[in-house]
Design a protein around this ligand. Structure first.
Ligand SMILES: [Zn+2]
Length: 380
């Protein structure tokens, strides 16, 4: 899984981890967080989970879009809504790797980390399990789809374990051998047709390929590699809404249920550039995807929908004249929305939780136990 050795401090951290593990074995597990008792979050009626992540999407992204376009957003209609504190273990301002890892595994880690413990970055002793792996253990079907590269930090956090987000080969290898049914996103020039087929995937590169997929198939998509720069997808490349619709069709096929992570990556990219129009279009595309997902969930009746962000990007503020504008070209530490449909067990209206609590609450809502998805968070 891991091919390259990290800097010296990481090796030192691995040794420290060994000491901590020894102490843990002797005196009990890591210090558990004091919030969210697992018993409170049991709800066995939920069978499927659709987890949407708007990369870089803060509350003011929604306000800015509504203000400038005079539109309403499906995201505003969610009954259960609160917010998430996004900091990582190494910084007040997280990147998408640590943010994604918290949202996928229930563990905070250092910026740049993909599904690894801060004190065991090389996975010498163990990796934190991600919620995709957890759902696979139950025989659920699983999918990870994004408008970013398939190896981008957010999709990687739900499908790989690597000490550095830039280890594209590592991450791709993990994804190919992960057992996940659907991994779709932009091409990274590492994933190949041969590699995908050797691991039981149908390799696809276009909208037509995607639409031709049949239930029961597993697929790995490498769509055009400049996907995020496109305001509207071309004929060959599906947009997020089209991907989500087809993915649900393919996954909604078993009694065991499914887990699907959907990332809208363009919100973050355009916010880094402070590009008003493209950011708003990306947000609208994300919201159309939310609408499609919500319609499905309402009809299905057994699907939990959770929307959040890994962090805010662009530091959008409200001006005196009622308009909204970017104040920075990077991530901020501002809290982000948590919106839920299908269960009142994930968040209470107005509640502020830590990002790492979200996958844990989802897991308990699905009926997993603390033994299956341990609530052993090393709190920052
Ligand atoms: Zn970013």
């Amino acid at each position: 899984m891991l091919t390259s050795l990290g800097p010296i401090w990481k090796e030192i951290a691995a040794i420290l981890m060994s000491i901590i593990m020894t102490i843990g074995t002797t005196f009990g597990a890591f210090v558990p967080s004091d919030t969210a008792s697992p018993d409170k979050f049991l709800d066995n009626e939920i069978k499927n989970v659709i987890y949407l992540i708007g990369d870089g999407m803060g509350f003011n992204h929604l306000e800015k879009a509504k203000n400038e376009r005079n539109i309403s957003l499906t995201m505003d209609t969610f009954e259960y809504h609160g917010s998430s504190m996004t900091r990582s273990l190494s910084s007040d301002v997280t990147d998408s790797a640590a943010g994604g890892t918290a949202l996928a595994t229930g563990e905070r880690t250092y910026n740049g980390a993909i599904g690894v413990y801060m004190f065991d970055p090389l996975g010498t002793f163990s990796y934190p399990k991600n919620i995709t792996e957890l759902c696979m253990e139950r025989g659920m079907m699983t999918g990870v789809i994004t408008t970013d590269l398939t190896s981008g930090a957010t999709p990687a956090s739900f499908s790989a374990h690597s000490s550095e987000r830039g280890n594209t080969e590592d991450i791709t290898n993990d994804q190919l051998t992960s057992g996940i049914d659907i991994i779709w996103g932009a091409a990274n020039d590492v994933a190949t047709k041969r590699g995908a087929e050797e691991n039981g995937f149908t390799y696809i590169t276009s909208y037509d390929d995607m639409m031709a997929l049949e239930e029961g198939s597993r697929s790995f998509a490498q769509f055009t590699n400049n996907l995020w720069t496109l305001e509207q997808s071309d004929e060959r490349t599906p947009n997020l809404e089209q991907m989500a619709g087809k993915a649900i069709d393919l996954l909604d096929d078993t009694d065991e249920g499914f887990f699907l992570m959907i990332e809208g990556a363009h919100i973050d990219k355009h916010s880094h550039n402070n590009d008003d129009e493209p950011m708003t279009e990306a947000l609208e595309e994300f919201d159309r995807t939310v609408n499609l997902v919500l319609e499905y969930a309402k009809q299905d009746g057994e699907t939990l929908v959770v929307i959040t962000a890994d962090h805010e990007t662009g530091g959008i503020v409200l001006n005196d004249d009622g308009t909204y504008s970017f104040t920075r070209g990077s991530h901020s530490g501002t809290n982000v929305p948590v919106l839920v449909y299908g269960s009142d067990d994930v968040i209470n209206p107005g509640e502020i939780i830590n990002n790492y609590e979200i996958p844990i609450r989802i897991a308990y809502t699905l009926g997993f136990t603390e033994e299956e998805f341990p609530y052993e968070v090393m709190v920052a």
